[in-house]
Design a protein around this ligand. Sequence first.
Ligand code: CA
Length: 403
Amino acid sequence: MRIAMISKTFLPLAGSAMLLAGASQPAWADKFQNCVNGLWPSAKSAGVTRATFDRAFQGVTHDPKVIEQATYQPEYVRPIGEYIDRAVSDKRLETGKLRLADNKELLDKIESRYGVDRNVIVAIWGLESNYGTQPGDMNVIRSLATLICSGTKSQFARQQLNSALKILQRGDITLEAMNGSWAGAMGHTQFIPTTYTAYAVDYDGDGKRDIWGTIPDALASTASYLKVSKWQSGAAWGYEVKIPKGFNPKRYGEKTQKSLAEWQKLGVVRVNGEPYPRPADKAAMFAPEGTNGPVFLTLNNFRSILRYNQANSYALAVGHLSDRLKGGGPFVHPWPSDENHLSLDQRKELQQLLIARGLMEGDPDGVIGPLTLEAVKTFQRNKGLPVDGFPTLTVLKALRAET
Ligand code: CA
């Protein structure tokens, strides 16, 4: 991923994107080609050869899907609890356990070489690309050129493009296989080109840093990045905690660092009642829903995960998934929202309403299968809601409002 920080500050330049979309085909293509030609001087001074440049851009066209995704602004921002529940789903946990077993020997070696907890490496793998199954299939050069030439996130894309061209030039990956997300996040680890250039490693020693197709390179690259991000070997990312009655967690912002022993003195203890293993370590309080949801103390390693992707919700999901992979249980305190968990009756009602609208067939049984998910997606698409197929209370309410 590695784009959260940029996304937060990004405002879509809808004007220029619309200008491109509205122009006639040849003018549009000419404009794109002129723009691509104009990228040469900067590439040249970055050390890209003309041969690499020409090969990379041969036949490249503007990709409207990139602009669509780059300018997508969800109307509905998920509560953190819903995000965590989906990020750390039973399926992702189950698959993660299989991947840990499949790669045991490799992870033994990576863990001892980089000192990074295998469960965290696998959790990041799960969140970034769903264990390599969703690495993104958009050509990185094309995506970056589209962003630059449409004026959407163009400053970011310009920074990435020369790195991307040099990756091609070194022969780490072929042009055809150099795929990623719309923002150029690539492979199992979803490194953007500059992150790749700085942190990817050739773990299997074949001369290529292959985060797209070589699992040892990908997992070692993640470990290497965390190590450089000051990962502390043997330390936790943080703990879910209990707070005393009347304690206001919002009084302590992320900047307030106290040792675990000091927190303990304030009555902030682990939910399982066990002592803090490293009481001198500094921790900050993280209470995204105040006293209405789980409260956490986050340690140095939480901040290392934030270097990977600068969203607290992401770092919490990685930390929690890693704990679950180790055999830990769900959070003790529930999240405040029931948004994510429709009751059986609500699920049946949802299906009934989808059937009534002709979006699916069958009998409402409350079992959310592929047919229901597809029907929810169609409904979301028709309503201009974010299309993820997830049957939430928001979707149910929108369906009720239609009836
Ligand atoms: Ca390699």
